[in-house]
Ligand binder design. Structure first.
Ligand code: SAM
Length: 459
């Protein structure tokens, strides 16, 4: 009878009894039971016992066989496992074979692993990369790995970039930010301001960029020019964001009204067009939250259809905006980010009580006497509490009326805001004036020139 106890006993024989069992015509389930339950193999165990099973038609048996040979860490099986890595149809088995070769830690495996960098499955390539990293000081290994900078797969590219990037790491702790940036509003073109902000400074960015030419606070020559502008800004936001932290973008499709009755109005799918280049920049897509407004608060597009009811002319009232959630690429889990804070801060930052559990957020819009497109305070509060810790630095490159700064102060976070228009900067100052009185770190307002000078002096 095959039991775990029996397997414990016979594996000490070094493999001979096991070979007899494999040759005795046992069925697939029994073979799988044995391979799954052999556990650690004793020193001197003969891997040859497993070799015939490498040709077994059952995928699971071949996979478990490779795993068991892997436990031996014996490079005399290098040839046979390399053959499996090269020829097996099953990706999981090829990957396991590469992992087994990696565990052998032998330079003899280098040519095999280098060849495997051409595998069609990125998972297998990644396994070969991992195995080669321990030999990366050998010229030919380094050269082969660096060739993968051009690999089409994004995960492979980012693993290689991380390993070979010689950028100095910021010496500011993950949970902290430079005092120069805390509770600061800078008036100027965000593209110029971003240039003086050091790498990995920001914990969270929440922003709503100009809506192409839908409002008159910014006018672009073309939609492409607008998208290029945002691409430029959001690449820089990527650079200044700390490892594994979030970028949250509020946008919606817009309508540019028709120029005359002979023309139709034009709809621009802004969130979808931005999404594709955010991924190119390196942002990892995490979630799409839908912000829903009451129908009475949005523009009515139904008047015509309501009268004539003719198909094709249906125009739903746009009650929603997107709140897209992205994370800066990292191989670290969120747990790593959380562990960068001491328990006092994590406790203080907990989201207690009732909270929105779905990705549909019903929030009334807000109207401001000076600015025509402002965040509701509640939207900023949610984003800040869900995606940052107390004392974090939160950034809005398109500050507008300063709603994010207001919510940040209320929730004991620091803000950094940039805004190009003088009228809006004035509005932000007014909005923050009362709160500022209570702040230990008083908000400070700078022109672009002043800010550049301050950064040069202090950073
Ligand atoms: C949609 S509004 C943001 C509103 C803001 N979320 C709020 O709650 O008030 C976009 C803002 O970006 C500003 N802006 C446009 N181009 C800019 C640039 N190049 N640099 C800095 N700010 C810019 C506009 O003046 C406008 O106030």
């Amino acid at each position: 009878m095959l039991t775990k106890d029996y397997l414990e006993k016979i594996k000490k024989e070094g493999g001979t009894v096991l070979s007899d069992i494999f040759n005795s015509g046992i069925n697939n389930n029994e073979i799988i039971f044995i391979l799954n339950n052999l556990g650690r193999l004793p020193a001197g165990f003969k891997g040859d016992t497993f070799i015939p099973l490498l040709n077994h038609p059952n995928d699971k048996i071949r996979l478990l066989t490779v795993k068991n040979i892997g436990k031996l860490c014996n490079d005399s099986y290098l040839g046979v496992i390399a053959y499996i890595a090269k020829t097996d149809d099953n990706t999981m088995i090829r990957r396991e074979a590469i992992s087994t070769i990696g565990r052998m830690r032998t330079e003899k495996a280098i040519p095999i692993l280098i060849k495997q960098l051409n595998d069609k499955d990125p998972k297998v390539v990644l396994q070969a990369i991992r195995a080669l990293f321990i030999f990366k000081n050998i010229k030919k290994v380094e050269k082969s790995l660096k060739e993968l900078f051009k690999h089409p797969n994004e995960t492979i590219k980012s693993v290689i970039e991380k390993e070979f990037s010689n950028k100095p790491k910021s010496d500011v702790k993950h949970s902290q930010s430079p005092a120069t940036m805390q509770n600061v509003l800078v008036q100027g073109d965000v593209r110029k301001i971003l240039k003086v902000i050091p790498d990995e400074t920001i914990h969270l960015t929440f922003t709503s960029p100009p809506y192409y030419n839908a409002r008159d606070y910014s006018i672009f020559k073309s939609y492409n020019e607008y998208l290029d502008f945002l691409k430029n800004v959001f690449s820089e936001v990527y650079r200044i964001t700390k490892e594994g932290r979030f970028f949250i973008l509020n946008t919606s499709p817009i309508i540019i009204p028709r120029v005359s009755r002979q023309h139709s109005s034009k709809r621009y799918p802004i969130p979808f067009d931005i999404h594709s280049f955010l991924i190119e920049i390196g942002w990892e897509f995490i979630d799409d939250i839908i912000w829903v407004k009451p129908e009475a608060s949005v523009k009515n597009r139904n008047a015509g259809f309501l009268q004539h009811r003719k198909p094709l002319a249906y125009k739903p009232n746009p009650r929603t905006e997107y709140v897209m959630v992205y994370r800066k690429q990292t191989d670290k889990l969120l747990d790593w980010n959380i562990k960068q804070y001491d328990s006092k801060i994590t406790d203080k930052s907990k989201v207690l009580g009732e909270y929105e559990t779905s990705n549909v957020w019903f929030i009334d819009p807000c109207f401001d006497k000076v600015h025509s497109a402002v965040f509701p305070l509640e939207l900023c509060r949610r984003v800040i509490t869900f995606y940052s810790f107390v004392n974090d630095l939160v950034f809005d490159p398109f500050g507008g009326s300063g709603t994010l700064a207001k919510a940040a102060l209320e929730l004991e976070r620091y803000f950094l805001l940039t805004e190009i228009k003088g009228d809006y900067v004035k509005r932000i100052k007014n909005r923050l004036a009362k709160q500022a009185l209570l702040e230990p770190k008083k908000p400070a307002f700078f022109s672009l020139k002043e800010f550049i000078k301050k950064c040069k002096k202090e950073l």
